[in-house]
Design a protein around this ligand. Structure first.
Ligand SMILES: Nc1ncnc2c1ncn2[C@@H]1O[C@H](COP(=O)(O)OP(=O)(O)OP(=O)(O)O)[C@@H](O)[C@H]1O
Ligand SMILES: [Mg+2]
Length: 236
């Protein structure tokens, strides 16, 4: 896949059917260029996680169109034969909850993805440790998830989302449990990755500390998106 970013057009998502049907996404339009980090902001229940899950092929949209790079992945139906491969190879996901594997230590939670992609174990662990170091959690590298604080678990989950250097990263409230210095470190790492690897990144956040760092922001309300220029203050 060439790195041409993310396009979403007229995306809708209906949960349930009949009397209990609920239209969580009504009209979502979004574009993220390679190398760009955009913010996605909106009230609780506005559809932010739903949108990331549709784009990340975790749930099925109802209609619309989504393109990653040159590939139309969804056009009123999935257009790729292997959604699991799409998730594994193209998308780095940082979920709203960390979802770590409880019987693997911090390093192996991160190293597992490159291992699954065929990277030798030593090299996968080296990459994992490099990211854990960048996220200032290297001292907990051999701890099990149950021994980690909420913020430490979140940083391990962030490392896992980045470790395969996917062309697209979708981060759902990545900095919520972090103090402002560590939140800013996460934003710096995401911006570095975007610039160096032409990654297209969407960050869902309520975090007042990081909102001013975005150059472009999408607001979502009741399942409808609106684009706005951000302060773009950067992250130094
Ligand atoms: N599996 C589901 N079945 C039915 N409705 C759902 C489901 N998941 C989410 N919803 C509803 O869809 C709407 C959007 O939910 P979503 O999780 O996308 O919101 P959000 O913007 O991420 O909110 P928050 O900021 O609280 O995380 C909400 O009204 C929610 O109750
Ligand atoms: Mg959410």
């Amino acid at each position: 896949m060439s790195r041409k970013g993310i396009h979403i057009e007229r995306l809708t998502k209906r949960y349930g059917s009949g009397d209990t049907a609920f239209l969580a996404l009504k009209d979502v339009n979004m574009h993220v260029a390679p190398g760009e980090v955009v913010g996605l902001i909106g009230p609780s229940g506005s559809g932010k996680s739903t949108l990331l899950k549709c784009l990340g092929a975790v749930i099925d949209p109802t209609s619309g169109r989504m393109t990653l790079g040159d590939t139309v992945i969804y056009d009123d139906g999935w257009q790729v034969p292997d959604l699991r491969a799409l998730r594994r190879d193209q998308i780095g996901f940082v979920f709203q909850a960390p979802y770590l594997i409880q019987f693997l230590d911090a390093t192996d939670n991160v190293a597992l993805l490159p291992m699954l992609a065929g990277v030798p174990n030593d090299e996968a662990r080296r990459r994992a440790l490099e990211l854990l170091t960048a996220l200032d959690v290297q001292h907990r590298a051999t701890a099990m998830p149950s021994q980690l604080s909420g913020g430490e678990q979140q940083r391990v989950a962030i490392a896992r989302g980045l470790v395969n250097r996917p062309p697209v990263i979708l981060a759902d409230e990545p900095t919520a449990p972090l103090d402002s210095q560590r939140a800013m470190a996460v934003i710096r790492i995401l911006n570095d990755m975007a610039r160096r690897l032409e990654t297209a990144i969407i960050v869902v956040t309520h975090d007042e500390k990081i909102i001013p760092t975005f150059k472009r922001i999408y607001h979502i309300r009741d399942g409808v998106t609106h684009e706005e220029a951000g302060e773009g203050r950067g992250f130094e």
